[in-house]
Design a protein around this ligand. Structure first.
Ligand SMILES: Nc1nc2c(ncn2[C@@H]2O[C@H](COP(=O)(O)OP(=O)(O)O)[C@@H](O)[C@H]2O)c(=O)[nH]1
Ligand SMILES: [Mg+2]
Length: 319
């Protein structure tokens, strides 16, 4: 239905679901009857299939081309990624070509399969960087057809650095393999980059909640330490971030390559944030929830790594 102005009067051009065209002048007296006609037109449209509605609005050729294009893409995804390929086709088709997802793993045989499966919804390129696992992590990942590379046995940071050199898409997403992060948050995480608002986006556990930062002394210390580090970064660069330690993040590949990352362990997360800001790139944050590790223990043992956190924080902040 179109409302048209002409000859000093307002006309309603109504095409009903059956294709009958009516042109009715709108005057105060006839408004109730116009509403009735409009109501009928809407009811008729609601009875049409979506194909017919698209056809009415955009013409038959657009429908034919998009149907063929869609079917071809759907078959390709079904062949490559099975059911998840079809899900991707329905939901996030635009993202798949732009993202490389990197999953660092060390002895994650219980979670790696699930996380790969979920990540495939959002990226054509999923890469596992393994820290020389002694369990079946690599076998499982390889059997699922994703690329698997070994790091240099120096820690997660080393794995992240190897991953950056292997990625080929415009945006890299890092996600852990221990069920801490929800792959369904990936579209939200990359959105600020796609919108041209940020070059590097971190998931924020402070905004999205964490099951890993509260409950015992070790967790409390991690939370306070994380807050102090973030505070220093905020005042040094005049930003207001809430989380600089989360492993769940998205970054433009070109930016990641330009940072000259050096850290071998999980201190690489804060190094990435500090160097992003130092080089004048834009940081973004979105709330993401951190779930409790489902099995095993964190690789971070605070009494062993706290010094490296403090040292690398000060080093990258001021030198
Ligand atoms: N490539 C690689 N990945 C690692 C290494 N150590 C831990 N990871 C992975 O990094 C992710 C985060 O590790 P985790 O121990 O959960 O650290 P936390 O989440 O900070 O407590 C998990 O997917 C681990 O499997 C390593 O030495 N090399
Ligand atoms: Mg973890």
């Amino acid at each position: 239905m179109f409302i048209a102005l002409g000859n000093g009067s307002i006309n309603a051009n109504i095409t009903s679901g059956h294709g009958i065209k009516e042109r009715i002048p709108i005057t105060p007296e006839v408004i109730p009857s116009h509403l009735k006609v409009l109501g009928n037109a809407l009811i008729n449209y609601s009875r049409l299939s979506w194909v017919k509605i698209v056809q009415r609005f955009f013409g038959i050729w657009l429908v034919i081309i998009s149907l063929f294009g869609g079917i071809a893409r759907g078959i390709a995804l079904l062949g490559r990624n099975g059911y998840n390929g079809v899900l991707a086709f329905c939901g996030v088709i635009m993202l798949n070509d732009k993202i490389t997802i990197i999953i660092p793993t060390k002895n994650e045989e219980r979670g790696v399969g699930d996380i790969i499966e979920k990540c495939r919804k959002y990226a054509d390129e999923v890469i596992v960087i393994d820290g020389h696992s002694t369990d079946k992590t690599r076998e499982i990942a390889e059997s699922m057809g994703v690329a698997v590379y070994l790091d240099n046995k120096k820690g997660k940071g080393d794995g992240i650095r190897v991953g950056i050199t292997k990625a080929t898409k415009d945006i890299i997403v890092f996600i852990d393999a221990d069920y801490s992060h929800d792959a369904d948050d990936i579209p939200r995480l990359v959105q600020p980059i796609l919108d041209g608002e940020a070059d590097h986006v971190s998931g924020s556990r402070m905004k999205g909640g964490s099951d890993e930062l509260h409950g015992d002394l070790q967790k409390f210390a991690r939370m306070i330490g994380s807050d102090i580090i973030t505070l220093g970064i905020n005042y040094r660069f005049g930003v207001r971030l809430s989380d600089t330690q989360n492993g769940f993040r998205a970054i433009k590949r070109e930016v990641a390559l330009s940072l000259g990352l050096e850290e071998n362990i999980t201190t690489i997360e804060q190094e990435m944030v500090i160097k992003t800001l130092k080089k004048g790139y834009r940081m973004g944050e979105v709330p993401t929830h951190e779930y409790a590790r489902k099995y095993g223990d964190s690789s971070i043992v605070l009494k062993r790594v706290w010094f490296r956190y403090v040292y690398s924080w000060l080093k990258y902040l001021f030198f």
